[in-house]
Design a protein around this ligand. Structure first.
Ligand code: AP5
Ligand code: ZN
Length: 222
């Protein structure tokens, strides 16, 4: 059996982490786990977790670390993560990164790489403003860059497309601010461990994916 491969996707809101995580998941055949998607699912189902998270998310703030770490711990112990996992949107703070390290150690694993997807601020706002998300499966589209075949309908599952409640201009602004204050320090955190790989996120979706796959192939020594 091959060793598990554990990856983190880092980058500002709208950089394309979710888009790239899905493509990478197909290629590596390991799950992509998005904390944002897990929270949105909980919100749609109005579970206790969803009710707890809602206010933070709609303001563009982070959900408290204890809540987030607990949710990730539960998800990672699922057997579908035995061969590895692609984490999208987690960790987002230094305490979360420390917690992830401890979780992986408990599983006899360690992080293989943190892929940092770099995109300029102007491009981020263009991407977020015209994003459409599937209510059923979470697939993301972009009005211009990555439109669905039929307007308002998910290509993958036929679900209805909607605009996220945290994609308002105010919440977007706050998400970028929170990112700079709380998440950007993870760049140095992973650079110091030698785990950071920079990816040029300002290319077309397929070109970004290609760059990521090449980096992972080098990592695996293929
Ligand atoms: P989350 O869902 O993680 O939101 P985010 O980090 O703001 O990231 P996004 O989903 O907005 O962007 P993305 O980088 O995935 O880009 P996407 O692929 O969609 O988190 C939401 C909230 O949940 C947080 O604000 C927080 O409240 C809470 N939360 C989540 N995790 C947490 C944690 N760990 N701790 C605490 N709280 C947490 O792409 C964006 C758009 O661009 C799409 O329309 C896409 O089609 C398009 N696009 C993508 N790539 C390209 C490209 N190369 N060229 C052109 N268009 C592209
Ligand atoms: Zn769908």
């Amino acid at each position: 059996m091959e060793m598990a491969i554990d990856l983190v996707l880092l980058g500002p809101p709208g950089a394309g982490k979710g888009t790239q995580a899905e493509l990478l998941s197909d290629w590596l055949d390991i799950p992509a786990v998005s904390t944002g998607d897990l929270f949105r699912k909980a919100m749609a189902e109005s579970t206790e977790l969803g009710v707890q998270a809602k206010g933070y998310i709609e303001r563009g703030d982070l959900v408290p670390d204890e809540v987030t770490v607990g949710m990730v711990r539960e998800r990672l112990t699922n057997s579908d993560c035995d061969e590895g996992v692609i984490l999208d949107g987690f960790p987002r703070t230094v305490p979360q990164a420390d917690a992830l390290e401890a979780l992986l150690v408990d599983m006899g694993r360690r992080l293989d790489a943190a892929l940092y997807i770099e995109v300029s601020r102007d491009e981020l706002l263009r991407r977020l403003g015209e994003r459409w998300t599937c209510r059923e499966c979470g697939e993301v589209y972009h009005e211009i860059y990555d439109p669905p075949e039929q307007e308002g309908v998910c290509d993958k599952c036929g679900g209805e497309l909607y605009q996220r409640s945290d994609d308002t201009p105010e919440a977007q602004e706050q998400r970028v601010k929170v990112y700079l204050e709380q998440t950007a320090p993870l760049y140095d955190y992973y650079a110091e461990d030698g785990l950071l790989i920079e990816i040029d996120g300002e290319q077309e979706i397929d070109a970004v994916q290609q760059e990521i796959r090449e980096a992972i192939s080098r990592l695996k020594g293929d």
